[in-house]
Design a protein around this ligand. Structure first.
Ligand SMILES: CC(C)(C)CCc1c(C(=O)O)[nH]c(=O)[nH]c1=O
Length: 309
């Protein structure tokens, strides 16, 4: 139908799902997403052991978006694997987000996920921490290569990676060249939050979140152009892979932008946090109205059709 989408040969009723980390930490939230108009859902990035995460306030929203330094609060990978084992895949596909604190942790979690043999699709979060003093894995190309070499040995199924935003063409080139060495990396999700921003409250003359002296990843309107650029950069550079867009979606036309840029599915973070799962019905309606007004019969006709001048 008009909004039908597909990824890894799997059918989706529509291209929308949550961004990992938003509205997906416990069964109640995951069930609400499963019951919503979203075409699929992804779990909060998990670690080997459960984590409390950082002290609050650790999330704050402004009229232009959000800042967060959650610190990977999650129930531990077995909790999400158990959820994946009871999920109704006939209703909608489910993604498991994995963010091990070490390569060893990732390998342990992925081996367990593989052994469970569920239809869940793995999204490996490459913004996961590296050794102290080094940048996140997504910004350490040697570590990223080593991680993917080890993971593709341990996990023999197609999977995807969640990438941080890049801002330099040479970085798009280098990151894509690494990913293209791994055909098992079947999709790329662009982008994670733009890291280490700082939001200031003028009235209080203060930062707005407690961790990291107020530094945190931003989402929302602030990141849409960067998200679209990363979607299109990897769409152009990785013709054998699919792209999941993430960043800056609050309206149907933003989904349309992500599709034009090359996205097959589109994730919603900040706007979902602020509006709740009802947003998916609104976004699907707005997207359907836009496609119809423009004479499209399906989103496949839109994907990657961005014109240049
Ligand atoms: C930033 C990390 C804590 C290393 C990973 C989890 C994560 C978080 C988080 O749990 O703080 N927030 C994000 O915006 N993106 C992420 O990938």
């Amino acid at each position: 139908s008009l909004l039908s989408a597909s990824l890894l040969g799997i059918d989706f009723a529509n291209p929308l799902l949550n961004a990992s980390g938003v509205y997906c930490r416990d069964v109640a939230e995951l069930d609400a997403l499963a019951a919503s108009a979203a075409g699929s859902l992804v779990t909060k990035s998990c670690t080997l052991l459960a984590r409390e995460g950082n002290p609050e306030p650790r999330y704050y929203a402004t009229p232009l978006g959000s800042i967060n330094s959650m610190g990977l609060p999650n129930a531990g990978y077995q909790y999400y694997l158990a959820y994946a084992q009871q999920h109704d895949y006939a209703a909608k596909p489910l993604f498991l987000s994995v963010a091990g604190l070490s390569l060893a942790d990732n390998l342990t979690m992925l081996a367990a996920i593989r052994a469970a043999d569920t239809p869940a699709i793995v999204e490996l979060n490459l913004s996961c921490p590296n050794v102290p003093g080094k940048p996140q894995i997504g910004y350490d190309f040697a570590a990223m290569t080593a991680m993917l070499e080890a993971v593709t040995q341990a996990y023999d199924r197609p999977f995807g990676v969640k990438l941080p935003p890049y801002f330099d063409i040479a970085h798009f080139d280098e990151a894509a060249a690494i990913l293209n060495r791994f055909p098992q990396v079947a999709f790329v999700t662009c982008i994670n939050s733009i890291g280490n921003a700082l939001i200031i409250d003028v009235e209080a003359e203060s930062v707005v979140i407690k961790p990291k002296d107020g530094f945190g990843g931003i989402g929302g309107d602030y990141v849409l152009p960067t998200a679209l650029a990363n979607v299109n950069a990897f769409y152009r550079r990785c013709p054998a892979k699919q792209i999941i867009g993430c960043g800056g979606v609050t309206r149907g036309e933003h989904i349309f932008m992500h599709l034009l840029a090359g996205a097959s599915l589109v994730q919603v973070g900040t706007a979902l946090y602020e509006e709740g799962p009802g947003i998916f019905a609104r976004l699907n309606d707005e997207l359907a109205e836009l496609l119809t007004r423009k004479g499209y019969r399906g989103i496949e006709e839109v994907r990657g059709k961005l014109r240049t001048l």
